[in-house]
Design a protein around this ligand. Structure first.
Ligand SMILES: CSCCC(=O)C(=O)COP(=O)(O)O
Length: 404
């Protein structure tokens, strides 16, 4: 165990990348090295970071080299939680000039302390009985301030269209008109009614929010009330809050991570935390079963290479940690389904708010248009072909067009 090391890669710039890697390896662990008496060096050696590699990318006008450096840290330096890890590898370093945290490779022994997703892609597919197609999710638009009956109507309309999941908006907190537990019970009832009509189950993801010390208790009450899934604004609370929910045996429902606040971390090329790590590896390790992130196509677009890498971090083999469902989101409409399928494949959730509720025929028609588009791409057909059999899809394509 003491020999196990965590590999951390940074994107940075310096006159000498090797020296910078060495300075980080020492500065982020034992503080100083060459000035230490030999006896102290022997005592601290097991805690010392090591510069592993430096890979130049470009020479800059100021003579510095921009590149990737990798530093290894002994696992013994950390407690088995993401707060200690992030503070230990990037805490004060994140404020020390141009440096971006881009990747972490965990040894198996360290990963074992983390829950990972309880359900993951396979567990969620099992629950829904949907195995050979991307899933479809719809977002309430809007939730805030609406009478409970309006929300029930919205839920029913989305469910009747054939979506697999309906999620709350992430900004739905002030729920005095439709309290959390009552919403869960009412939507469960409607889901049973729509399933009887359509033959399709639908899961409701309720927005879990509140003081951090009450979250697990609130989640348990939600599960007791019949919750199917919990939506969680992970970054506003911190990864450890997700970890504690995912590790709680009484919270046996999938957890859906929303990326709210992620824009405060990833967009700069020089600072912050790269999206594949932030919304990919860390979300998965901490226990998110589904992870929303900006798709490369919409109004809040993520760089395509990053989005694809993020999805891989959620789904590539990772020491037995279950795979999380990638949910590329924002600005998704039926015309984008072929592009989504080409880029993200079978194991994704097609997720739309405006692209469902904005359908001229209403939310049920909007969902049906997506169902027809997903059926078409998985059968190797074009949307144009499928639209001759689905009026809802034809109308959607007329409104939003095909894939860009
Ligand atoms: C930026 S990823 C999160 C997307 C999201 O929460 C959302 O509400 C997207 O709504 P849209 O109407 O663009 O489908």
């Amino acid at each position: 165990m003491s020999e196990q090391r965590i590999l951390v890669t940074y994107l940075t710039q310096a006159k000498d990348l090797n020296k910078k890697a060495q300075a980080i390896a020492v500065g982020m662990t034992v503080g100083s090295w060459t000035d230490l008496p030999l006896a102290k060096q022997a005592m601290l050696a097991p805690y010392l970071g090591e510069a592993v590699s430096a890979t130049p990318i470009a020479t800059l006008e100021n003579g510095e080299t921009r590149g990737l450096i990798t530093v290894s840290y002994p696992t013994r330096n950390f407690t088995a939680d993401i707060p200690s890890l992030l503070t230990g590898i990037f805490g004060k370093l994140s404020m020390d000039g141009k440096i971006k945290l881009v990747d972490i490779v965990f040894p198996e022994s360290f990963l074992q302390a983390f829950p990972g997703p309880k359900f993951g892609i396979d567990g969620l597919r099992e629950r829904l009985g949907a195995h050979n197609r991307p899933l479809l999710m719809s977002i309430f638009k809007s939730c805030l301030g609406l009478p409970f009956d309006d929300l029930k109507t919205q839920f029913r309309a989305q469910a009747l269209g054939g979506v697999d999941l309906v999620k709350d908006d992430e900004i739905f907190f002030a729920d005095d008109r439709a309290p959390f537990i009552e919403r869960i019970k009412a939507f469960k009832q409607i889901a049973q009614e729509t399933e009887a009509e359509t033959g399709k189950p639908v899961l409701y993801a309720a927005n879990l929010t509140g003081p951090v010390h009450e979250l697990n208790e609130k989640a348990k009450r939600a599960v007791e009330a019949g919750a199917d899934c919990l939506l969680f604004n992970v970054l506003a609370f911190g990864f450890d809050a997700l970890h504690r929910l995912a590790a709680d045996p009484d919270v046996h429902v999938p957890i859906m991570a929303h990326p709210a606040l992620a824009g405060a971390y990833y967009p700069s090329p020089d600072y912050g935390i790269a999206t594949p790590l932030l919304l990919g590896t860390l979300m998965r390790v901490a226990g998110a079963d589904l992870v929303l992130f900006p798709s490369p196509y919409g109004n809040v677009a993520l760089d395509k290479t990053e989005a694809l890498q993020l999805a891989k971090h959620l789904t590539d083999p990772l020491n037995g940690v279950r795979r999380s469902f990638p949910v590329p989101s924002a600005g998704i409409h039926p015309g984008l389904v072929p592009q989504l399928y080409q880029d993200f494949g079978l194991d994704q959730i097609v997720n739309a708010g405006g692209g469902i509720h904005g359908h001229p025929g209403g939310a049920t028609a909007g969902a049906k248009a997506f169902v027809a588009a997903i059926e078409a791409v998985t059968a190797g057909r074009t949307l144009e072909e499928a639209s001759s059999e689905s009026q809802e899809l034809a109308i959607a394509l007329e409104k939003w067009g095909g894939a860009r």
